[in-house]
Write a protein that binds this ligand. Sequence first.
Ligand SMILES: Cc1cc2nc3c(=O)[nH]c(=O)nc-3n(C[C@H](O)[C@H](O)[C@H](O)COP(=O)(O)OP(=O)(O)OC[C@H]3O[C@@H](n4cnc5c(N)ncnc54)[C@H](O)[C@@H]3O)c2cc1C
Length: 449
Amino acid sequence: MHRMKVLTRVNNLPIDTGVTGWNAILEEQAPAIILEESQQCDFLIIGAGFAGLSAARRLSQLKPGARIIVLEAKRIAEGPAGRNSGFMIDLPHDLSSNDYLTTQENDQKQITLNRQAIAFAQDAAKEYILPKEAFNICGKINGAAGEKATQHNFDYAKHLEALGEPYKMLDAQGMKKLTGSSFYQSGIYTPGTAMVQPAIYIRGVSSGLGNKVSIFSNSPVVALDKQNNQWIAKTHKGSVTAPKVILATNGHIESFGYFKRRFVHVILYASMSRALNQAEADLTGIENWGITPSDPAATTMRKISCSRGTRIITRNRISYAPDMKVSEVLLQQMERTHVKSFTKRYPDLSHVKQEYTWAGRLCLSRNGVSAFGEVEQGLYSACCQNGLGLARGTLSGMAIAELAVEGETELAKAFLAEDKPQKLPPAPLDTIGANAFMRWSEFKARKEL
Ligand SMILES: Cc1cc2nc3c(=O)[nH]c(=O)nc-3n(C[C@H](O)[C@H](O)[C@H](O)COP(=O)(O)OP(=O)(O)OC[C@H]3O[C@@H](n4cnc5c(N)ncnc54)[C@H](O)[C@@H]3O)c2cc1C
């Protein structure tokens, strides 16, 4: 018998450390549908995050009737797509800058594209009848505690004016009214961000796609081969053969052998408080709010009020992880920072425990570009979202589906026009450089943590 030559063995499979609160507070999912046989389809998508599910949805729009399969290594919404803070941001959000901004021309382009993604996600939320808490375009606030961070807000406001974007400045009193906390000295509200409950959204889109797309979870792809112009993705128990495959695995595309040493893999950390009682909730301002830090290295906070209780979500700290893994010990260390950050904002609630703490992978490139396009004939990449994964992930999923079906559409061209992700410096210089940059950024932002 002719033995198949496996081109790529995928040895580094995703590991998600800590339980994501977004998912844990929901009802349990139905048992995973695991791939257990050989299947054939027109399009295979690997990865069921924002990029993968958006690609699946766009493909089903462009090619109704096509057989589309999604293979996800973990349970739906347990990966980074269900671990983020849920800001689907329309405005520039360059994490490597001091204030999220780039050039005016580039920012304008990004805004138009991000809004395309938000509109696409909004349509999905409407079509799949997701609740408002899953997806709500209600805006967000850039919060600042210190003078320097407040200055970032003023600079940001000037830039928004030049872009013709609406905003509203809030002073310390305004921030206190909103959040119940005296921590913030200023804020800048912008209306266009969609606030997402990521686990409800991802689960909802996944089940909404269910009648047009076959989605298998707990089905990691462990090898990828090509024979007679067909790609063959193998899982532990089955395989899928398809002429076109989309890799929507974010940083894990490196585990498939592509874009090696071109990504800065980092881990972000978040905690969700236990449900607050009414008296406690009354100390935390209005029912729902979302604050990104005006200094990108500081703390993101959210308050959610829903049938599962009123809770505060705190996100800060970052670590470099070239192997995309994180230890439990480091996670516990980060939890201590979350407790401190929460207590700094709510000293009267210092007794409130963080019920869930989790880590999540994030993929950046040094030059802030995506890993997008046809990497081999019939094999496509929609990876590396540079920290803006809700909007950029959605967008790159839409764009890659268009590229795979229609070729270079306007949207696909926007990605194809980008440079390729820059190479990292050789080890250990990459680690030394990344750690120094991150620790220095956090040190500068220490008042805001
Ligand atoms: C704590 C935290 C907070 C964040 N906050 C925000 C925020 O507020 N706003 C924002 O825009 N972004 C945020 N992000 C970033 C955002 O979560 C990511 O950018 C986004 O999830 C990327 O989407 P994606 O679909 O490209 O990749 P992912 O969500 O990483 O999805 C890729 C999927 O591929 C799967 N996969 C990998 N390898 C295999 C394999 N071999 N076989 C099958 N499946 C595989 C993974 O399990 C994963 O589910 C945050 C991230 C973290 C960790």
